[in-house]
Design a protein around this ligand. Structure first.
Ligand code: ATP
Ligand code: MG
Ligand code: MG
Length: 588
């Protein structure tokens, strides 16, 4: 066909399709609704939804809600939102809990086929049966493994009916625990059902006291939904055998064949270093934490660590809600993840690699604006009202982005404090007394003549005059007209940690807090932007709803790429988030 080559049309994903070349591809993305998705999940989304889309098939979003203690409504909503934001539409939204009745029936069926038994051993005892702490010792069965089938059925019902507390009874699959030749721990009689203490479920209420495990649930739900290709990450490689085993026991898959039933295949995870992705660790940043340490005298030393980010969507994090709020375009993120490729090998990247890819995308796609972060006023004293100009300026001097805006030039302009020096020197080319400097798009340079300071010695005003146009400026600086300026708050972001391998910090005893970068967020409360921002905002909502990617993004000349923050902006005060710097951020 004429389609360009993609990660789906060649390589690993092509082979996965060819192993089971069905007419209708059916895939699924099965998150546990126990947290916000992160950039790693973007790969899982791109692989599963993308694969189905490429083959004109369908992809389910299946919430794997088998752990009622950890699930919250907000995660369900947020997961669906970011999938849509990434440009995918689930064929159907399903829940493992939709199938609890059917799963229970199949568990009884499995017991009847002598494929499962109720076991009352302690966790420690089960570990010993499975060869001890390193799984290397001899393995053996407990007395429960050979109990009569009817007894297991009765005990399983007793589990269901509340006779047992957590840990007092499990349903275990009767796999190959006692086969000395079976080296795969996933085949050593895994639990299928457990009694759960905090058992109120958001969808099934108080109906169940027992919940199925991942190993029991996942393959069966895949089969119920007639999934053809079930792709997951390589930690599940060893689980493929138990996945097939259970389906075969229940006649839902042809043994040693991909003819009938779902096919599991495993791809390598995407790990992003230079940040943290673990839920527990992000939670410590979001909520703060208290660390307790025993002193030499035996006292307990309490160290309180305050929250260090604004929430799960703080633009410094790499959750998908954070990347979205920061202004990373969904399309660019997806493309980035696809271009990293999909194989069974782990992909490890550092955050600057993502930023560089996003920067390239923005360069070609967003308009330019002039934004002054730390403004100081320049009065061009020889300008009168009739010298004022309305300059028509293209959104992109290179012409990649269509359109133009009107930039007003009056007698007073703001420039950035860092673009002025009280004393000139030969190697300095921005504004200084008697040195001509260019203002972007203005047909003449200006020359500073004097300046005023407040009582603290801070410069509050610079006086300047126009220089003749033939006097060539060595440098152009950005500026904003005072009379039409829009005040904004700009937030710039840098790494959260001083180290670029924060996962190696001391996460147990709170040592990580000493490595937090105090300048990871720099706020400019008095920034000003050209009135053109209003034109950009006109066709957009300040607070796009749901899954929309309708953010206002621009390149602030000589500053960075920014977007309008959808959480904190109001009609009276716009808040800007830095998306990425213009160049790789070396300073930490
Ligand atoms: P984590 O292991 O990071 O805690 P999780 O178990 O919370 O992830 P799930 O909700 O189970 O995540 O994830 C849904 C799907 O996303 C799974 O198929 C899982 O393999 C995949 N996934 C999770 N993390 C990554 C990653 N870093 N790269 C690629 N896929 C991932
Ligand atoms: Mg998981
Ligand atoms: Mg997990």
């Amino acid at each position: 066909s004429s389609e360009p080559a993609s990660v789906f049309s060649e390589g690993w994903l092509k082979r996965v399709y060819e192993e089971k070349p069905v007419k209708e591809v059916r895939s699924r993305f099965p998150p546990e609704p126990n947290g916000f998705l992160h950039i790693g999940h973007c790969k899982a989304i791109a692989v599963n939804f993308g694969f189905a889309k490429y083959h004109k098939g369908v992809c389910f979003l299946r919430y794997d809600d088998t752990n009622p203690a950890k699930e919250e409504e907000i995660y369900f909503t947020s997961i669906l939102d970011v999938i849509k934001w990434l440009g995918f539409e689930p064929y159907q939204v399903t829940y493992s809990s939709d199938h609890f009745d059917r799963l229970y029936e199949l568990a009884e069926k499995l017991i009847r086929k002598d494929g499962a038994y109720v076991c009352h051993c302690s966790r420690e005892e089960v570990n010993r049966q499975r060869g001890g702490p390193d799984n290397r010792g001899p393995r053996y069965a407990c007395e429960h493994r050979t109990r009569p089938i009817d007894e297991s059925i009765a005990e399983f019902r007793a589990m269901r009916d509340g006779k047992y507390k957590p840990g007092e009874a499990y349903l275990r699959m009767k796999q190959s625990l006692t086969d000395p030749n079976e080296g795969n721990p996933q085949m050593w009689d895994l639990p299928a059902y457990r009694v759960v203490e905090k058992n109120h479920h958001h969808r099934t209420g108080d109906k169940w006291r027992i919940y199925p495990t991942y190993d029991f649930t996942h393959c069966l739900c895949d089969a119920f939904e007639e999934i053809s290709h079930s792709m997951c990450t390589t930690e599940f490689q060893q689980s493929r055998v138990s996945y097939d085993w259970l389906l075969e026991q229940l006649d839902m898959k042809t043994p040693k064949s991909e003819e009938k039933g779902p096919m599991q295949r495993e791809y390598g995870r995407l790990n992003v270093n230079g940040t943290i992705l673990s839920k527990r660790r992000i939670q410590m940043l979001v909520e703060g934490t208290t660390v307790e340490k025993k002193t030499a005298e035996g006292d307990v030393d309490k160290k309180v660590i305050m929250p260090s980010v604004r929430g799960w969507d703080d633009p410094r994090l790499y959750t998908l809600v954070a990347l979205r709020r920061r202004g990373i375009p969904a399309q660019a993120l997806r493309k980035f993840v696809e271009e990293l490729g999909v194989t069974d090998a782990l992909t490890e990247i550092q955050t600057p690699r993502l930023e560089s890819s996003i920067r390239k995308h923005l360069e070609r796609t967003v308009p330019r604006q002039m934004l002054v972060l730390d403004p100081v006023k320049v009065v061009i004293e020889d300008m009168t009202a009739k010298d004022e100009l309305d300059l028509t300026v293209p959104y992109d001097p290179k012409g990649s982005i269509p359109g133009e805006r009107v930039v007003h030039l009056g007698k007073e302009v703001y420039i950035d404090r860092s673009d002025f020096r009280e004393e000139d020197s030969p190697e300095y080319f921005r504004l200084a007394p008697n040195k001509p400097v260019g203002l972007y798009n203005v047909p003449f340079p200006i020359r500073a003549t004097s300046f005023l300071k407040d009582e603290n010695g801070k410069i509050i005003e610079i006086k300047a005059i126009r220089a003749p146009p033939e006097e060539k400026a060595k440098t152009y600086i950005h500026w904003v007209d005072v009379s039409t300026a829009i005040p904004v708050t700009a937030r710039q972001y840098h790494s959260l940690f001083k180290t670029d391998s924060p996962n190696t910090l001391d996460w147990k005893n709170g040592g990580w807090a000493d490595d937090l970068n105090p300048d990871s967020e720099v706020i400019f409360p008095n920034a000003v932007i050209e009135k053109g921002l209003k034109d950009l905002l006109k066709d957009h909502s300040l607070h796009p709803k749901g899954s929309s990617d309708d953010l206002v993004r621009f390149q602030a000349l000589r500053v960075a790429y920014f977007c309008v923050d959808v959480v904190d902006s109001t009609d009276d005060k716009i808040v800007l988030n830095q998306i990425v710097s213009l160049r790789e951020d070396k300073a930490k």
